[in-house]
Design a binder for this molecule. Structure first.
Ligand code: AVI
Length: 328
């Protein structure tokens, strides 16, 4: 088979911005902080500083998911490409830095790659990097909230065999199992019957390992979590005193998920957009969950989302799984 560089013309690179007009960040913050259990949506972690901190998390000794999934990809990308099939349109949700995608694209050589991310700051440079590495690749970068129904722009001129959603990083864990089913149903609609899903899912394991992964010794995850308050101060004119809040993260074995909170160290007030919020000492803002699944548990969730398992790749230490699934 001829190498794509020889048989394909220069790829087209286009970007679309589908984020809604207006300040939904302010609305979501005001709504979240008004609840009895204060909450902030985790999608707001990823401003430029948050993306930078997340990249640092991925390099931490305690944070095993990134390096483990990368190793699985390096070992099995050939088999994954075979599973996805030729002329596959590869749609990636939450593309971030695209390190794992590079490994997959090398093997799969898809005619069209569609990264979708809420963080334009991370998606664009990553897509441009991929365009330099694979000059033949057509790329349609979409800045959008992929947790909402989304119609992707059409791209004419290349034959597409099958649509496949790639969702690495165990970001599916940041939804409750119920939300994960809703998300998978959206993905299922996007790829259509016979379409594919390649998804990274973190596995259940020892609580000590999980607690350390989300509360690292260097305090990077703490900085990532508290950056949410810093972002509210920067973008919404909030007056949170960061030193008066601390990071709290733990694995809840009964629920099967990590819970991440920002805890108030004292009784205090903070203001956002003209609204005053009271915090008692020890009160928390719930910022994230990160669900951990057994292979069987995840297959059950995926089944309700409209996908059936075809193949599952797992590392030797049973830390992380990558599932190849087909939409039914
Ligand atoms: C993006 N997501 C899969 C990460 C996780 O592990 O749940 C986010 C994260 N939060 C704290 N550390 C990493």
């Amino acid at each position: 088979m001829a190498h794509p560089q020889q048989r394909r013309a220069q790829g087209v690179v286009r970007f679309y911005d589908f984020l809604p007009e207006g300040n939904s960040f302010l609305d979501d913050v005001l709504k979240g902080l008004a609840q009895p259990q204060k909450t902030l949506p985790p999608k707001y972690f990823y401003d430029a500083r948050g993306c930078e901190l997340f990249e640092q998390i991925c390099e931490l000794p305690e944070y095993y998911p990134t390096r483990t999934e990368l190793a699985i990809m390096r070992e099995h990308a050939g088999a994954m490409a075979k599973f996805l099939g030729p002329d596959c349109q590869l749609i990636e949700f939450g593309s971030g830095s695209s390190r794992k995608t590079r490994i997959l694209i090398e093997q799969l050589q898809p005619p069209l790659y569609v990264p979708v991310d809420i963080a334009d700051e991370a998606m664009r440079p990553a897509a441009e990097g991929l365009a330099r590495a694979f000059p033949w690749l057509n790329i349609i970068g979409v800045c959008a909230d992929y947790t909402r129904p989304l119609t992707l722009p059409e791209f004419v001129g290349v034959p597409i065999g099958r649509k496949a959603v790639y969702f690495p990083g165990s970001t599916i864990g940041n939804f409750t199992p119920h939300e994960a089913i809703g998300f998978l149903q959206l993905a299922r609609r996007m790829v259509g019957p016979g379409g594919a899903l390649l998804i990274g899912v973190d596995l259940k394991k020892d609580k000590k390992v999980l607690d350390a992964a989300y509360d690292d010794a260097a305090g990077v995850t703490a900085a990532f979590n508290l950056n949410l308050l810093a972002r509210i101060n920067r973008e919404l004119g909030g007056d949170f005193q960061l030193r008066r809040f601390s990071h709290k993260a733990f694995y809840d074995e009964a629920k099967g998920w990590i819970e991440m909170h920002i805890e108030s160290r004292a009784s205090q007030f903070a203001h956002v957009g003209g609204t005053r919020f009271r915090f008692s000492a020890g009160e928390t803002i719930h910022t994230e969950i990160s669900c951990k699944y057994s292979v069987e548990e995840f297959r059950a969730v995926a089944h309700h989302g409209g996908f059936e398992a075809d193949q599952t790749w797992i590392d030797a230490a049973n830390m992380f799984s990558v599932h190849g699934m087909i939409a039914v």
